[in-house]
Design a protein around this ligand. Structure first.
Ligand SMILES: Cc1cc2nc3c(=O)[nH]c(=O)nc-3n(C[C@H](O)[C@H](O)[C@H](O)COP(=O)(O)O)c2cc1C
Length: 440
Protein backbone atom coordinates (compact mmCIF):
# COMPACT_ATOMS: atom_id res chain seq x y z
CA UNK A 1 0.00 0.00 0.00
CA UNK A 2 1.38 3.39 -0.88
CA UNK A 3 2.13 5.76 1.95
CA UNK A 4 0.17 9.02 2.13
CA UNK A 5 2.34 11.83 0.79
CA UNK A 6 2.27 15.56 1.36
CA UNK A 7 1.26 18.21 -1.18
CA UNK A 8 3.28 21.35 -1.81
CA UNK A 9 2.52 24.82 -3.11
CA UNK A 10 4.26 28.20 -3.18
CA UNK A 11 3.37 31.87 -3.36
CA UNK A 12 3.07 33.84 -6.57
CA UNK A 13 3.54 37.44 -5.51
CA UNK A 14 5.41 40.52 -6.70
CA UNK A 15 8.42 38.90 -8.38
CA UNK A 16 10.69 39.47 -5.35
CA UNK A 17 9.35 37.36 -2.49
CA UNK A 18 6.87 37.49 0.37
CA UNK A 19 9.21 39.25 2.79
CA UNK A 20 8.54 43.00 2.76
CA UNK A 21 12.20 43.81 2.09
CA UNK A 22 12.69 41.12 -0.56
CA UNK A 23 12.92 43.76 -3.30
CA UNK A 24 16.27 44.78 -1.78
CA UNK A 25 17.76 41.28 -1.85
CA UNK A 26 20.85 41.20 -4.08
CA UNK A 27 19.51 38.38 -6.27
CA UNK A 28 16.35 40.32 -7.14
CA UNK A 29 16.54 42.68 -10.09
CA UNK A 30 14.61 45.91 -9.60
CA UNK A 31 12.41 45.20 -12.62
CA UNK A 32 11.13 41.87 -11.24
CA UNK A 33 7.82 43.49 -10.27
CA UNK A 34 7.02 44.06 -13.94
CA UNK A 35 9.16 41.31 -15.47
CA UNK A 36 7.08 38.31 -16.48
CA UNK A 37 10.26 36.26 -16.84
CA UNK A 38 10.75 36.37 -13.05
CA UNK A 39 7.25 34.88 -12.65
CA UNK A 40 7.84 32.28 -15.37
CA UNK A 41 11.06 31.21 -13.64
CA UNK A 42 9.15 30.71 -10.38
CA UNK A 43 6.40 28.73 -12.13
CA UNK A 44 8.98 26.51 -13.79
CA UNK A 45 10.69 25.91 -10.43
CA UNK A 46 7.33 24.94 -8.89
CA UNK A 47 6.73 22.57 -11.77
CA UNK A 48 10.21 21.03 -11.43
CA UNK A 49 9.31 20.47 -7.77
CA UNK A 50 6.00 18.80 -8.81
CA UNK A 51 4.05 21.38 -6.77
CA UNK A 52 0.28 21.14 -6.86
CA UNK A 53 -0.15 24.88 -7.39
CA UNK A 54 1.13 28.40 -7.06
CA UNK A 55 -1.11 30.55 -4.90
CA UNK A 56 -1.60 34.16 -6.02
CA UNK A 57 -2.98 36.38 -3.26
CA UNK A 58 -4.55 39.66 -4.35
CA UNK A 59 -5.09 42.92 -2.51
CA UNK A 60 -6.24 45.44 -5.11
CA UNK A 61 -5.22 48.59 -3.24
CA UNK A 62 -2.18 50.71 -2.51
CA UNK A 63 -1.20 52.14 0.87
CA UNK A 64 1.51 54.14 2.61
CA UNK A 65 3.59 50.99 3.07
CA UNK A 66 4.60 51.19 -0.58
CA UNK A 67 7.12 53.88 0.39
CA UNK A 68 9.39 51.04 1.53
CA UNK A 69 7.70 47.78 0.50
CA UNK A 70 6.70 46.33 -2.85
CA UNK A 71 2.99 45.49 -3.31
CA UNK A 72 2.30 41.94 -2.14
CA UNK A 73 0.32 40.95 -5.24
CA UNK A 74 1.14 40.40 -8.88
CA UNK A 75 0.31 43.20 -11.33
CA UNK A 76 -2.96 41.32 -11.88
CA UNK A 77 -3.42 37.62 -11.14
CA UNK A 78 -5.49 36.60 -14.16
CA UNK A 79 -3.32 38.47 -16.65
CA UNK A 80 -0.13 37.08 -15.10
CA UNK A 81 -1.47 33.53 -14.97
CA UNK A 82 -2.51 33.66 -18.62
CA UNK A 83 1.18 33.87 -19.47
CA UNK A 84 2.33 31.33 -16.87
CA UNK A 85 -0.25 28.80 -18.01
CA UNK A 86 1.26 28.97 -21.48
CA UNK A 87 4.84 28.58 -20.22
CA UNK A 88 4.15 25.47 -18.12
CA UNK A 89 2.34 22.18 -18.61
CA UNK A 90 1.65 20.64 -15.21
CA UNK A 91 1.74 22.97 -12.21
CA UNK A 92 -1.62 24.31 -11.05
CA UNK A 93 -2.51 27.93 -10.28
CA UNK A 94 -4.90 29.35 -7.70
CA UNK A 95 -5.75 33.00 -8.25
CA UNK A 96 -7.56 35.23 -5.79
CA UNK A 97 -10.75 36.89 -6.99
CA UNK A 98 -13.10 39.06 -4.97
CA UNK A 99 -16.68 37.92 -4.45
CA UNK A 100 -17.60 41.46 -3.42
CA UNK A 101 -16.16 43.54 -6.26
CA UNK A 102 -16.92 41.45 -9.32
CA UNK A 103 -19.97 40.38 -11.24
CA UNK A 104 -20.53 36.64 -11.43
CA UNK A 105 -20.41 36.58 -15.22
CA UNK A 106 -17.01 38.34 -15.38
CA UNK A 107 -15.42 36.00 -12.86
CA UNK A 108 -17.00 32.88 -14.35
CA UNK A 109 -15.75 33.81 -17.80
CA UNK A 110 -12.20 34.73 -16.83
CA UNK A 111 -11.59 31.73 -14.59
CA UNK A 112 -13.13 29.20 -16.94
CA UNK A 113 -11.23 30.64 -19.88
CA UNK A 114 -8.01 30.34 -17.90
CA UNK A 115 -8.93 26.81 -16.86
CA UNK A 116 -9.54 25.80 -20.48
CA UNK A 117 -6.38 27.50 -21.76
CA UNK A 118 -4.27 25.84 -19.05
CA UNK A 119 -5.92 22.44 -19.77
CA UNK A 120 -7.54 22.20 -16.35
CA UNK A 121 -4.99 23.60 -13.91
CA UNK A 122 -6.81 26.52 -12.31
CA UNK A 123 -8.47 27.33 -9.00
CA UNK A 124 -10.30 30.40 -7.66
CA UNK A 125 -9.48 31.66 -4.17
CA UNK A 126 -12.82 33.29 -3.38
CA UNK A 127 -12.29 36.17 -0.94
CA UNK A 128 -14.74 38.69 0.43
CA UNK A 129 -12.29 41.66 0.35
CA UNK A 130 -12.42 43.84 3.42
CA UNK A 131 -9.15 45.81 3.28
CA UNK A 132 -10.33 49.46 3.34
CA UNK A 133 -7.90 50.71 0.70
CA UNK A 134 -9.07 47.97 -1.68
CA UNK A 135 -12.74 48.65 -0.95
CA UNK A 136 -12.23 52.38 -1.60
CA UNK A 137 -11.03 51.60 -5.11
CA UNK A 138 -14.54 50.42 -5.91
CA UNK A 139 -16.12 53.59 -4.52
CA UNK A 140 -17.52 51.79 -1.49
CA UNK A 141 -17.19 51.38 2.26
CA UNK A 142 -16.51 48.02 3.91
CA UNK A 143 -19.81 46.14 3.96
CA UNK A 144 -20.88 44.20 7.08
CA UNK A 145 -19.44 40.68 7.21
CA UNK A 146 -22.83 38.99 7.02
CA UNK A 147 -23.62 40.82 3.81
CA UNK A 148 -20.18 40.08 2.34
CA UNK A 149 -20.64 36.36 2.94
CA UNK A 150 -24.26 36.31 1.74
CA UNK A 151 -22.95 37.75 -1.53
CA UNK A 152 -20.01 35.30 -1.56
CA UNK A 153 -22.39 32.29 -1.39
CA UNK A 154 -24.50 33.70 -4.22
CA UNK A 155 -21.42 34.46 -6.28
CA UNK A 156 -19.94 30.99 -6.03
CA UNK A 157 -23.26 29.28 -6.77
CA UNK A 158 -23.95 31.46 -9.80
CA UNK A 159 -20.39 31.21 -11.09
CA UNK A 160 -20.50 27.41 -10.81
CA UNK A 161 -23.89 27.31 -12.49
CA UNK A 162 -22.48 29.40 -15.36
CA UNK A 163 -19.52 27.02 -15.60
CA UNK A 164 -21.94 24.13 -16.01
CA UNK A 165 -24.18 25.91 -18.51
CA UNK A 166 -22.28 24.58 -21.52
CA UNK A 167 -23.27 20.91 -21.39
CA UNK A 168 -20.39 18.47 -21.33
CA UNK A 169 -21.34 16.95 -24.70
CA UNK A 170 -22.71 20.09 -26.32
CA UNK A 171 -19.82 20.69 -28.65
CA UNK A 172 -20.99 18.70 -31.66
CA UNK A 173 -18.77 20.46 -34.22
CA UNK A 174 -20.22 18.51 -37.13
CA UNK A 175 -18.76 19.96 -40.30
CA UNK A 176 -21.06 17.83 -42.49
CA UNK A 177 -24.35 18.95 -40.97
CA UNK A 178 -23.17 22.42 -40.04
CA UNK A 179 -24.10 21.94 -36.38
CA UNK A 180 -21.54 23.58 -34.10
CA UNK A 181 -23.35 23.14 -30.76
CA UNK A 182 -26.27 21.13 -29.48
CA UNK A 183 -28.24 24.07 -28.12
CA UNK A 184 -30.39 21.77 -25.96
CA UNK A 185 -27.28 21.44 -23.81
CA UNK A 186 -26.51 25.16 -23.70
CA UNK A 187 -29.14 26.64 -21.46
CA UNK A 188 -29.62 29.90 -19.57
CA UNK A 189 -29.27 29.53 -15.81
CA UNK A 190 -31.62 32.38 -14.83
CA UNK A 191 -30.27 32.62 -11.31
CA UNK A 192 -30.57 35.62 -9.07
CA UNK A 193 -30.20 36.25 -5.36
CA UNK A 194 -30.22 39.35 -3.17
CA UNK A 195 -26.89 40.61 -4.50
CA UNK A 196 -25.92 38.84 -7.72
CA UNK A 197 -27.74 37.61 -10.83
CA UNK A 198 -26.98 36.21 -14.24
CA UNK A 199 -29.00 34.78 -17.07
CA UNK A 200 -26.26 32.85 -18.83
CA UNK A 201 -25.36 30.68 -20.57
CA UNK A 202 -21.60 31.04 -20.62
CA UNK A 203 -20.21 29.94 -23.96
CA UNK A 204 -17.06 28.17 -22.78
CA UNK A 205 -16.70 24.37 -22.92
CA UNK A 206 -15.44 22.21 -20.05
CA UNK A 207 -11.72 22.03 -19.34
CA UNK A 208 -9.80 18.80 -18.75
CA UNK A 209 -10.84 19.01 -15.08
CA UNK A 210 -14.38 20.17 -15.81
CA UNK A 211 -14.21 23.52 -14.11
CA UNK A 212 -11.90 25.43 -11.75
CA UNK A 213 -11.39 24.33 -8.16
CA UNK A 214 -12.64 26.62 -5.38
CA UNK A 215 -10.20 27.63 -2.65
CA UNK A 216 -10.82 29.48 0.57
CA UNK A 217 -8.47 31.29 2.96
CA UNK A 218 -9.10 33.01 6.24
CA UNK A 219 -11.41 30.81 8.27
CA UNK A 220 -13.67 32.23 10.96
CA UNK A 221 -17.26 31.06 11.31
CA UNK A 222 -18.37 32.58 7.99
CA UNK A 223 -15.24 31.48 6.15
CA UNK A 224 -15.66 27.91 7.37
CA UNK A 225 -19.27 27.91 6.19
CA UNK A 226 -18.11 28.94 2.73
CA UNK A 227 -15.20 26.50 2.57
CA UNK A 228 -17.35 23.65 3.89
CA UNK A 229 -19.80 23.94 1.03
CA UNK A 230 -17.61 24.70 -1.94
CA UNK A 231 -13.86 24.52 -1.34
CA UNK A 232 -11.41 21.85 -2.44
CA UNK A 233 -8.47 23.77 -0.97
CA UNK A 234 -8.31 25.70 2.31
CA UNK A 235 -5.26 27.76 3.15
CA UNK A 236 -5.29 28.05 6.91
CA UNK A 237 -3.58 30.32 9.35
CA UNK A 238 0.06 29.31 9.70
CA UNK A 239 0.91 28.85 13.35
CA UNK A 240 3.88 27.49 15.26
CA UNK A 241 1.63 25.33 17.36
CA UNK A 242 0.94 21.92 15.82
CA UNK A 243 -2.12 21.40 18.03
CA UNK A 244 -3.68 24.68 16.93
CA UNK A 245 -3.09 23.94 13.25
CA UNK A 246 -4.35 20.36 13.55
CA UNK A 247 -7.52 21.63 15.26
CA UNK A 248 -8.06 24.15 12.46
CA UNK A 249 -7.76 21.37 9.88
CA UNK A 250 -10.35 19.38 11.84
CA UNK A 251 -12.69 22.39 11.88
CA UNK A 252 -12.51 22.62 8.10
CA UNK A 253 -13.08 18.89 7.73
CA UNK A 254 -16.12 18.98 9.96
CA UNK A 255 -17.52 21.99 8.05
CA UNK A 256 -17.16 19.93 4.86
CA UNK A 257 -18.99 16.96 6.45
CA UNK A 258 -21.72 19.25 7.72
CA UNK A 259 -22.33 20.43 4.16
CA UNK A 260 -22.88 16.78 3.14
CA UNK A 261 -19.51 16.25 1.45
CA UNK A 262 -16.66 13.84 2.24
CA UNK A 263 -13.98 15.35 4.49
CA UNK A 264 -11.19 14.33 2.07
CA UNK A 265 -12.72 16.45 -0.66
CA UNK A 266 -10.97 19.41 0.95
CA UNK A 267 -7.19 19.62 1.27
CA UNK A 268 -5.93 21.79 4.07
CA UNK A 269 -2.67 23.73 3.53
CA UNK A 270 -0.61 25.55 6.11
CA UNK A 271 2.26 27.95 5.46
CA UNK A 272 5.94 27.88 6.31
CA UNK A 273 8.76 30.30 5.56
CA UNK A 274 12.14 28.54 5.59
CA UNK A 275 15.37 30.42 6.25
CA UNK A 276 17.80 28.42 4.11
CA UNK A 277 21.58 28.13 3.95
CA UNK A 278 24.31 25.48 4.01
CA UNK A 279 24.52 26.00 7.78
CA UNK A 280 22.35 27.76 10.34
CA UNK A 281 24.91 30.58 10.43
CA UNK A 282 24.83 31.04 6.66
CA UNK A 283 21.03 30.94 6.62
CA UNK A 284 20.64 33.65 9.23
CA UNK A 285 23.50 35.62 7.63
CA UNK A 286 21.52 35.83 4.38
CA UNK A 287 18.39 36.84 6.18
CA UNK A 288 20.26 39.48 8.23
CA UNK A 289 21.56 41.01 5.03
CA UNK A 290 18.05 41.33 3.63
CA UNK A 291 16.62 42.68 6.89
CA UNK A 292 19.55 44.99 7.62
CA UNK A 293 17.42 48.14 7.65
CA UNK A 294 14.66 46.76 9.85
CA UNK A 295 16.38 46.66 13.25
CA UNK A 296 14.95 50.00 14.51
CA UNK A 297 11.38 48.75 14.06
CA UNK A 298 11.88 45.09 14.83
CA UNK A 299 14.16 44.98 17.88
CA UNK A 300 11.50 46.73 20.04
CA UNK A 301 8.86 44.27 18.75
CA UNK A 302 11.16 41.40 19.70
CA UNK A 303 11.40 43.03 23.14
CA UNK A 304 7.59 42.90 23.45
CA UNK A 305 7.62 39.25 22.45
CA UNK A 306 10.13 38.54 25.23
CA UNK A 307 8.70 40.87 27.88
CA UNK A 308 11.84 43.06 27.73
CA UNK A 309 12.47 46.65 26.79
CA UNK A 310 14.85 46.44 23.82
CA UNK A 311 15.93 49.04 21.29
CA UNK A 312 18.03 49.07 18.12
CA UNK A 313 21.20 50.06 19.99
CA UNK A 314 21.23 46.51 21.39
CA UNK A 315 20.71 44.85 18.01
CA UNK A 316 24.17 43.31 17.94
CA UNK A 317 24.71 42.42 21.60
CA UNK A 318 23.55 39.10 23.02
CA UNK A 319 21.01 39.48 25.82
CA UNK A 320 22.64 39.81 29.22
CA UNK A 321 22.23 37.12 31.88
CA UNK A 322 19.89 39.47 33.78
CA UNK A 323 17.76 40.06 30.67
CA UNK A 324 17.57 36.34 29.97
CA UNK A 325 16.54 35.76 33.58
CA UNK A 326 13.70 38.31 33.22
CA UNK A 327 12.61 37.24 29.72
CA UNK A 328 9.15 35.65 29.41
CA UNK A 329 7.35 34.49 26.28
CA UNK A 330 4.36 36.77 25.62
CA UNK A 331 1.35 34.44 26.12
CA UNK A 332 -0.68 36.42 23.58
CA UNK A 333 1.83 35.96 20.80
CA UNK A 334 2.23 32.41 19.45
CA UNK A 335 5.65 33.29 18.00
CA UNK A 336 7.14 34.27 21.36
CA UNK A 337 8.02 30.87 22.80
CA UNK A 338 10.29 30.13 19.86
CA UNK A 339 11.88 33.60 20.07
CA UNK A 340 12.69 32.94 23.74
CA UNK A 341 14.11 29.52 22.98
CA UNK A 342 16.46 31.04 20.40
CA UNK A 343 17.39 33.97 22.66
CA UNK A 344 18.49 31.44 25.29
CA UNK A 345 20.93 29.95 22.77
CA UNK A 346 22.97 33.18 23.02
CA UNK A 347 22.17 34.88 19.70
CA UNK A 348 22.00 38.69 19.38
CA UNK A 349 18.60 40.34 18.79
CA UNK A 350 19.44 40.84 15.09
CA UNK A 351 20.33 37.16 14.81
CA UNK A 352 17.23 36.08 16.71
CA UNK A 353 15.11 38.08 14.26
CA UNK A 354 16.96 36.51 11.32
CA UNK A 355 15.65 33.13 12.52
CA UNK A 356 12.30 34.37 11.19
CA UNK A 357 10.75 34.52 14.67
CA UNK A 358 8.73 37.59 13.72
CA UNK A 359 7.27 36.07 10.54
CA UNK A 360 3.66 35.00 10.60
CA UNK A 361 4.57 31.49 9.47
CA UNK A 362 6.77 28.86 11.08
CA UNK A 363 10.34 29.40 9.90
CA UNK A 364 12.59 26.34 10.06
CA UNK A 365 16.21 27.51 9.78
CA UNK A 366 19.30 25.89 8.29
CA UNK A 367 20.41 23.34 5.72
CA UNK A 368 17.98 21.38 3.51
CA UNK A 369 17.83 18.46 5.98
CA UNK A 370 16.59 20.79 8.73
CA UNK A 371 13.81 22.11 6.50
CA UNK A 372 12.88 18.55 5.46
CA UNK A 373 12.90 17.50 9.14
CA UNK A 374 10.44 20.26 10.00
CA UNK A 375 8.06 19.27 7.18
CA UNK A 376 8.33 15.59 8.09
CA UNK A 377 7.56 16.28 11.72
CA UNK A 378 4.63 18.56 10.84
CA UNK A 379 3.19 16.14 8.27
CA UNK A 380 3.55 13.11 10.52
CA UNK A 381 1.87 15.08 13.31
CA UNK A 382 -1.14 15.32 10.97
CA UNK A 383 -1.33 19.10 10.94
CA UNK A 384 -2.01 19.48 7.21
CA UNK A 385 -2.49 17.75 3.87
CA UNK A 386 -0.15 20.18 2.21
CA UNK A 387 2.37 22.92 2.89
CA UNK A 388 2.41 26.35 1.37
CA UNK A 389 5.93 27.68 0.84
CA UNK A 390 6.13 31.37 1.55
CA UNK A 391 9.47 32.09 -0.06
CA UNK A 392 11.13 35.09 1.62
CA UNK A 393 12.77 35.76 -1.77
CA UNK A 394 12.00 34.04 -5.06
CA UNK A 395 15.46 32.40 -5.01
CA UNK A 396 14.31 30.34 -2.00
CA UNK A 397 11.83 28.52 -4.25
CA UNK A 398 14.67 27.25 -6.46
CA UNK A 399 16.78 26.27 -3.43
CA UNK A 400 13.83 24.50 -1.87
CA UNK A 401 12.93 22.60 -5.02
CA UNK A 402 16.48 21.57 -5.84
CA UNK A 403 17.66 20.74 -2.32
CA UNK A 404 14.71 19.96 -0.02
CA UNK A 405 12.31 18.25 -2.41
CA UNK A 406 14.77 15.40 -3.24
CA UNK A 407 15.17 14.69 0.48
CA UNK A 408 11.41 14.51 0.96
CA UNK A 409 11.20 12.18 -2.04
CA UNK A 410 13.96 9.91 -0.71
CA UNK A 411 12.13 9.71 2.60
CA UNK A 412 8.95 8.64 0.81
CA UNK A 413 7.10 11.73 2.02
CA UNK A 414 6.58 13.34 -1.36
CA UNK A 415 5.76 12.12 -4.87
CA UNK A 416 8.48 11.80 -7.50
CA UNK A 417 6.20 12.93 -10.29
CA UNK A 418 2.75 14.30 -10.95
CA UNK A 419 0.10 11.60 -10.89
CA UNK A 420 -2.12 13.40 -13.38
CA UNK A 421 -2.38 16.47 -15.53
CA UNK A 422 -5.04 18.64 -13.87
CA UNK A 423 -5.19 20.56 -10.60
CA UNK A 424 -7.97 18.27 -9.36
CA UNK A 425 -5.76 15.25 -10.07
CA UNK A 426 -2.80 16.87 -8.29
CA UNK A 427 -4.99 17.47 -5.26
CA UNK A 428 -6.83 14.15 -5.41
CA UNK A 429 -10.25 15.80 -5.37
CA UNK A 430 -13.27 14.74 -7.46
CA UNK A 431 -14.32 16.20 -10.76
CA UNK A 432 -17.17 18.69 -10.60
CA UNK A 433 -19.16 20.32 -13.33
CA UNK A 434 -21.70 23.02 -12.55
CA UNK A 435 -23.10 23.31 -9.03
CA UNK A 436 -22.63 20.50 -6.54
CA UNK A 437 -25.96 18.61 -6.65
CA UNK A 438 -25.53 17.59 -2.98
CA UNK A 439 -25.92 21.21 -1.83
CA UNK A 440 -29.38 22.73 -1.66
C1 LIG B 1 -3.55 32.36 3.90
C2 LIG B 1 -4.49 33.47 3.67
C3 LIG B 1 -4.48 34.13 2.44
C4 LIG B 1 -5.35 35.20 2.19
N1 LIG B 1 -5.31 35.82 0.98
C5 LIG B 1 -6.12 36.88 0.77
C6 LIG B 1 -6.05 37.61 -0.46
O1 LIG B 1 -5.25 37.29 -1.32
N2 LIG B 1 -6.87 38.67 -0.63
C7 LIG B 1 -7.77 39.07 0.33
O2 LIG B 1 -8.48 40.03 0.11
N3 LIG B 1 -7.84 38.40 1.51
C8 LIG B 1 -7.04 37.34 1.74
N4 LIG B 1 -7.10 36.67 2.94
C9 LIG B 1 -8.08 37.15 3.93
C10 LIG B 1 -9.30 36.28 4.01
O3 LIG B 1 -9.75 35.81 2.78
C11 LIG B 1 -10.44 36.97 4.71
O4 LIG B 1 -10.82 38.05 3.91
C12 LIG B 1 -10.10 37.48 6.04
O5 LIG B 1 -9.63 36.44 6.78
C13 LIG B 1 -11.31 38.10 6.79
O6 LIG B 1 -12.26 38.52 5.93
P1 LIG B 1 -13.75 38.78 6.40
O7 LIG B 1 -13.71 39.90 7.38
O8 LIG B 1 -14.46 39.16 5.15
O9 LIG B 1 -14.22 37.50 6.99
C14 LIG B 1 -6.25 35.61 3.19
C15 LIG B 1 -6.26 34.93 4.43
C16 LIG B 1 -5.39 33.88 4.67
C17 LIG B 1 -5.41 33.18 5.99
Amino acid sequence: MSQKTMLLSATLSNGYGVQGQAWRAPENHRSNFTDIDAQVKLAQAAERGKFAFLFAPDFPGAGEELASQAPVSTLDPIVTLSVLAHQTTRVGFIATGSTTFNEAYNLARQFKALDVLSRGRVGWNAVTTSAPNAVANYGERVRPREQRYERAHEMIQIVQALWGSWGEDAWVHDVETGQFLDMDQIQPINLGGKHVASRGPLAIPPSEQGQPVIASAGGGEYGLGLAGRYASVAVGSSTYDFDVTRREREMYRSAVRQAGREADELKYFTGFMPVMGATVEEAIGKRMQMDEHLAPQRVPVLGLMLGLSLDASQADEPLSAAQLERARANPNDPRSARALEIARQGWTPREILAHGVIDYAPSPVGPPEAIADYLQEAFEAGIADGFWLQQATYAVADEFVDEVVPILQRRGLYHRDYRGATLREHLGVPRQYGQDPRLN
